[in-house]
Design a protein around this ligand. Structure first.
Ligand code: MN3
Length: 194
């Protein structure tokens, strides 16, 4: 069994102007596809060949871990986005954010600051850990699963995620995702299951 690149859950031009079709052509079609291809090549003939993705992430190291975690992180990231998204969640998710961060704007400010200040390549996350919501960032392919946390929302802050549309303006990219693209319904489903 080999891993496959998942289709985007929206048309390639559906997130413009906030995330262009050109960005998605490269980010999904080249970068994510590259992680899938590398992973399949690296696990062939090894103990990981027929293992589920999460087992590989939790057990493997080096290039196999990096490509497996990047495949997982990107597959999760696409589901965190939708045309006409962003703004404020409602219901149990909003209540949990207010309980653990004080209010929604404080959460957005903390999330943006944390993801912006991740040094080099990585990811910004909203997670649930030990019964509470937390904001964290991870470097390179690192992912909350290996820290005992359940991912609820992520934003990719590798340069390849924003350089075509935003050049070096990482904070503007993150702010735009929060204002216009976050699929809060997906985040709420993740919280229900967490
Ligand atoms: Mn990426």
């Amino acid at each position: 069994m080999s891993f496959q690149l998942p289709d985007l859950p929206f048309a390639k031009d559906a997130l413009a102007p906030h995330m262009s079709a050109e960005t998605l052509e490269y980010h999904h079609g080249k970068h994510h596809q590259g992680y899938v291809n590398n992973l399949n090549a690296l696990i062939e003939g090894t103990e990981w060949e027929d293992k589920p993705l999460e087992a590989i992430i939790l057990g493997a190291e080096g290039g196999i871990f990096n490509n497996a975690a990047q495949h997982y992180n990107h597959s999760f990231f696409w589901k965190c986005l939708k045309p006409g998204g962003g703004g404020r969640p409602q219901g149990a998710l909003l209540e949990a954010v207010e309980r653990d961060f004080g209010d929604f704007d404080t959460f957005v400010e903390l999330f943006t600051r944390t993801a912006t200040s991740q040094f080099g390549s990585g990811w910004g996350w909203l997670v649930k850990k030990d019964g509470r919501l937390e904001v964290m960032s991870t470097g390179n392919a690192d992912t909350p699963m290996i820290r005992g946390a359940t991912a609820l929302l992520t934003v990719d802050v590798w340069e390849h995620a924003y350089y075509i549309d935003y050049r070096n303006a990482r904070p503007k990219f993150i702010e735009t995702v929060m204002q216009h693209l976050v699929n809060w319904d997906f985040v709420a489903e993740n919280l229900e299951r967490a």
